[in-house]
Ligand binder design. Structure first.
Ligand SMILES: Cc1ncc(COP(=O)(O)O)c(C=O)c1O
Length: 394
């Protein structure tokens, strides 16, 4: 019999999916170029040449089992060593290969991190605005999401609300900085304050509270801003990384978990994740892709495109009267919907062939997400539609 829990989900079709369907049918009518689709976070800048060269090189290997055979459950040793060395060099950490677990993207990394440290029935705290898939990720691990309301003025953490909600049931806190959907990065002060509260809570409740740091946008930062590496500031940190955005390869499904060497049970967490992969089916990520990313750990696609798009949109939207926190990175921004109803704004925007995602699913119904991983030329052409929308609503 069909499982009701999942079949019930079919009736709650996501806002992003609805917009995507609308965009597709509209594109058939007026042409793809005339639909300003800011709904999906699919990287648009080309994959770096060096990644494609690595792929071609490995595809030509005579030893097919190395590149096309099963990967070891925890990942290919040389790849894990290369990742540990790169993180140590860049962030002053002291990982070894034993702290790295290869995964199918950030989704795979989060599935294992959550299951490894969060007993079923415990709570996992998340800060709004948040990536909507966090809810199924957490509930799928048998846990309960506890959503901390947003600090609207700058999208840093509302510590008063966080402290009120942090109780004994909490096994982990998830953060995503720089953030989807706001584009905002937590400052070092914010991270330090969060870590201090968590350290006190660990003592008070006599159990570890892991900080699960979801970092797929870590490499997409604007204006030379420096990334405060979370694991340096809190021992019980599990970093979840993905190459989806930094190398523009979301379809290749590759990422990793990096367990801080000082975390509670650090030496067991990666082997335990190997066991968990037998349940999740997210096991043995493709060998050839592991080998190719290992040769490109400090390479990224041309992120300047996203920075330029962010500048153009931020300047024009604020000029038109929209209020918006300036993004520090990613390819998202999250302006306020005038009047506070983002669903209504998204409907109105559709009339101008602008696809904007209502903030409801991100835990902020008064804002809307613009995903600007599109060509700059298209961003510029979209400004006219934003102007018409602004004229209508202000
Ligand atoms: C914040 C965040 N976490 C996780 C993911 C999932 O990443 P991946 O596609 O690498 O599994 C995404 C994807 O958009 C994301 O935005």
């Amino acid at each position: 019999m069909l499982v009701k829990y999942y079949s019930d989900m079919l009736s709650k079709k996501s806002a992003i999916r609805n917009l995507f369907d609308f965009g597709r049918s509209r594109a058939e009518e007026i042409g793809k170029d005339n639909v300003f689709d800011f709904s999906i976070g699919n990287p648009s800048v080309p994959v770096p040449d060096s990644f494609n060269e690595s792929l071609k090189k490995f595809a030509d290997y005579k030893d097919g089992t190395l590149v096309h055979g099963y990967s070891p459950t925890l990942g290919i040793q040389s790849v894990k060593e290369a990742i540990a060395a790169s993180l140590n060099r860049r962030f002053g950490e002291d990982y070894t290969a034993d702290h790295i677990f290869m995964t199918t993207g950030a989704a795979g990394a989060l599935a294992h991190a959550l299951r490894a440290v969060c007993e079923a029935g415990s709570s996992v705290m998340v800060f709004a605005p948040f990536f909507p898939e966090y809810v199924p990720y957490i509930t799928g691990a048998g846990c309960i999401p506890k959503i901390v309301p947003p600090r609207m003025e700058d999208f840093q953490i509302d510590f008063e609300k966080f402290s009120e909600m942090l109780d004994e049931s909490v096994s982990a806190v998830m953060i995503n900085s720089p953030n989807n959907p706001s584009g905002v990065m937590y400052s070092e002060d914010t991270i330090k304050k969060l870590c201090a509260i968590l350290s006190d809570a660990e003592k008070k409740f006599s159990h570890p509270i892991y900080l699960i740091s979801d970092e797929p946008y870590r490499e997409i930062l604007f204006g030379g801003i420096r990334y405060p590496y979370v694991s340096k500031l809190y021992d019980d940190t599990i970093v979840c990384y993905s190459f989806s955005k930094s190398l523009s390869i979301p379809g290749e499904r590759i990422g990793y978990v990096a367990v801080d060497p000082r975390a509670k049970d650090a030496e067991l967490l990666v082997p335990v994740m190997g066991q968990i992969s037998r349940f999740t089916g997210h096991n043995c990520p493709p060998s050839i892709i592991q080998l190719a990313v290992a040769e490109n750990l400090e390479v990224t696609s041309d992120m300047s495109v996203y920075e330029r798009n962010a500048e153009i949109l931020y300047e024009e939207l604020t000029r038109l009267g929209f209020r918006c926190v300036r993004p520090d990175g990613t390819f998202y921004m999250f302006p306020e919907a005038p009047g506070g109803n983002s669903e209504e704004l998204s409907e109105r925007a559709k009339k101008h062939d602008l696809l904007l995602v209502p903030g409801t699913t991100f835990g902020c119904p008064g804002n809307f997400r613009i995903s600007y991983c599109v060509e700059t030329e298209k961003v510029i052409r979209s400004l006219d539609s934003f102007g018409k929308l602004a004229k209508e609503i202000f």
